[in-house]
Design a protein around this ligand. Structure first.
Ligand code: 5GP
Length: 203
């Protein structure tokens, strides 16, 4: 039996929507799923490790990777480059493993334009802009100016929710975990992903 390709989960949502916590919880339910580690020119925050949250690289190296077409998608977010290295994603999908991308809306739209056959688009939204502001303040990693920038970006990103196939509102974390897991399960049951199953071939 040939292996069905994995699912490419394209998730986006404003910083402070609680994406990382939510994705971490759902990833734990689906061992074998790869979380794609992006490259970025943003400096690491305290506690971040190269190769874990991101590959922290300089601008020159990033631009060389763009030129060499080594990204599935890339974008400039808050004055820094962010991009998804293409090779590990493709390798994993070909092996039948699912891959999760946590990327901004500009990047998600690039993947959508390419009509990637394995992609499913999920937007993770905060319950409202006020909650977002509060969460960013609690995180305390941004100064006032950067925070205003992030809120501006968040407002713009929220206008793009219609480009996605699913939206999970992260108000109560446990409910959001249930919602996102339900989407994962449903996508895995799609008939179009079943072509390699024995019962389909035998019928
Ligand atoms: P942060 O600096 O807070 O880690 O991330 C800022 C934004 O960049 C987030 O919205 C995050 O989803 C996005 N981002 C992270 N990695 C990538 C990537 O590889 N490509 C794109 N387009 N956006 C990314």
């Amino acid at each position: 039996m040939s292996i069905s390709r994995g699912i490419l989960w394209v998730t986006s949502g404003p910083s402070g929507a609680g994406k990382s916590t939510l994705l971490g919880r759902v990833l734990a339910l689906y061992p074998g799923t790869l979380f794609s580690v992006s490259a970025t020119t943003r400096p690491p925050r305290p506690g971040e490790t190269d190769g874990v949250e991101y590959y922290f690289i300089d601008r020159e190296k990033f631009e060389k990777m763009i030129e060499e077409k080594k990204f599935l998608e890339w974008a400039k977010v808050h004055d820094n480059y962010y991009g998804t290295p293409l090779a590990p994603v493709e390798e994993q999908l070909a092996k039948g493993k699912d891959v999760i991308l946590d990327i901004d809306v500009q990047g998600a739209l690039q993947v959508k334009e390419k009509e990637h056959p394995d992609a499913v688009f999920v937007f993770i939204a905060p319950p409202g802009i006020d909650t977002l502001r509060k969460r960013l303040e609690e995180r305390g990693t941004e100064d006032e100016e950067k925070m205003a920038g992030r809120l501006r970006t968040a407002r713009w990103e929220l206008t793009k929710v219609g480009e996605y196939e699913y939206v999970v509102v992260n108000d109560d974390l446990e409910t959001a975990v249930l919602d996102l897991s339900a989407i994962f399960r449903a996508e895995k049951c799609r008939v179009r992903r079943m072509k390699d199953m024995d019962f389909v071939k035998e019928a």
